[in-house]
Design a protein around this ligand. Structure first.
Ligand SMILES: [Zn+2]
Length: 438
């Protein structure tokens, strides 16, 4: 969890109305179904005749992220709309999230098409060496590459973001032509309920008809994280699955009733899945690191639920020995699955923002730093147990024709898939890290 100081956007939870947009964008307030107030902001120039004439392509792509959904939950019988969408489309049953299995890095990978060593965003929480403190990666400039959103914009395509979580809204910033400002935000998770998010997605399609709309639905994740009552967890989680599935069903119905279905693909996936830990299965590395005479006072910890990122803050010439000690301390701590020398683990592809050592917890455990009470929530992700995700491409466009593929699709495949769907030429310098899945 973030402190208010680390996460200025959380102050918005107390606001009584949607925030004002910046001067560079115009604001449109729309009444959604049931009188819900929706606030959209639009990039200046997007309404000009030149822009409108720029691209008359009738294809549409929608990316719906069911945050924190496990693939088996689609088969639970509680999600018939998602199951039907999957059954009629291209299904990737072996799909997985990428390290660190957290929300921000995987949403950024979806739109950037490159891994965190190139996108700049390896985790939700990092230790910012320039600031000398841990912080959430929620700033637009944290994304250091060009996303497929901006690539589409350059070709005159309209783009939209409907992101339920405040930190997703802030990190993607003003990249999309049209964006919804999530409201109302619930406390703790800083996310808007799926009912509101889906109203916004429907309203955005109706008002602006973007070629690409990127949607995050946060309820399934929220229930996994914030409920502490054990026995009722399953009930609430099941209720969230049913409710989110209904919202997706509304979106599909809209596509069919407005004639968009035949020219659309609907990419559905999760950013990570979810794992639950018992109260006694908590790993806190801060104390054992501080107890080590060599490491004391020379390590910063960025806790990410199922993963801890450890940063050497001592003298540079002692870094190598520091990394060895951090690895040894982490590996000797009960509940730790593995610890990795980040710079010598090229397959992690996390980049220096992820620090020097990446530690994963075992299934059924969680990290809690700086102390054992810092992370009281049972549902966590970020570790390998939360790697499997649903991933399928539905829709009436031939690109979404029914198929099952055993390839290892990942979150980083979304951007190249969108680029291929719209026939965008070119790729990021150095190429995509993912592959088109159509
Ligand atoms: Zn997430």
């Amino acid at each position: 969890m973030c402190t208010p100081q680390q996460h200025p956007a959380s102050a918005r939870t107390a606001r009584t109305g949607p925030p004002p947009a910046t001067d560079r964008r115009t604001v449109l307030k729309v009444a959604g179904a049931g009188g819900l107030a929706l606030t959209f902001s639009t990039a200046q120039g997007a309404g000009s005749p030149a822009y409108a004439a720029g691209n008359r392509d009738r294809r549409r792509a929608y990316v719906l992220v069911v945050d924190g959904c496990r693939p088996d939950e689609i088969d639970s019988g509680l999600m018939p709309n998602l199951a039907a969408l999957r059954a009629g489309g291209r299904h990737f049953p072996r799909a997985h999230s990428l390290p660190v299995m957290e929300t921000l890095p995987n949403h950024v990978m979806m739109m950037a098409g490159v891994r965190p060593d190139r996108s700049g965003v390896p985790a939700n929480e990092i230790y910012d060496r320039a600031l000398g403190e841990t912080r959430t990666m929620d700033r637009p400039r944290d994304i250091r590459t060009t996303t497929v959103i901006e690539r589409l914009n350059r070709h005159g395509f309209r783009t939209g973001t409907v992101l339920s979580k405040d930190y997703l809204f802030t990190i993607f910033g003003e990249r999309a032509t049209h964006r919804w400002e999530p409201f109302p935000l619930l406390p703790v998770t800083d996310h808007a309920p799926d009912l509101f998010t889906m109203e916004a997605a429907l309203g955005m399609v109706e008002e602006f008809d973007p070629h690409l709309v990127f949607v995050n639905l946060g309820d399934v994740d929220r229930v996994g994280h914030s409920d502490l009552t054990g026995g009722s967890l399953q009930v609430l989680r099941r209720a969230a699955l049913v409710s989110t599935d209904l919202q997706v069903g509304r979106f599909v119905s809209m596509l069919k009733s407005t004639g968009r279905w035949k020219r659309s693909i609907v990419v559905v996936l999760a950013d990570h899945s979810m794992d639950w830990s018992r109260p006694d299965r908590v790993v806190s590395l801060t104390a054992p690191l501080a107890d080590d005479p060599f490491l004391a006072g020379k390590v910063a910890v960025a806790q990410n639920g199922g993963a801890d990122l450890l940063y050497w803050t001592g003298p540079a010439k002692q870094r190598e020995r520091g990394v060895e000690r951090m690895l040894a301390v982490a590996r000797a701590t009960p509940g730790v699955l593995s610890a990795h020398d980040r710079a010598r683990s090229p397959r992690l592809r996390l980049g220096p923002n992820a620090g020097d050592v990446v530690a994963y917890c075992r299934a059924g455990w969680r990290f809690s730093d700086p102390n054992v009470v810092a992370n009281p929530i049972p549902g966590n992700h970020g570790h390998p147990a939360t790697r499997a995700i649903p991933f399928f491409i539905g829709g009436g466009h031939p690109a979404a024709a029914k198929a099952v593929s055993s390839t290892l699709a990942t979150t980083v495949d979304v951007a190249p898939t969108i680029a291929a769907f719209f026939g965008l030429r070119g790729a990021p310098r150095g190429g995509w890290d993912g592959r088109s899945r159509i």
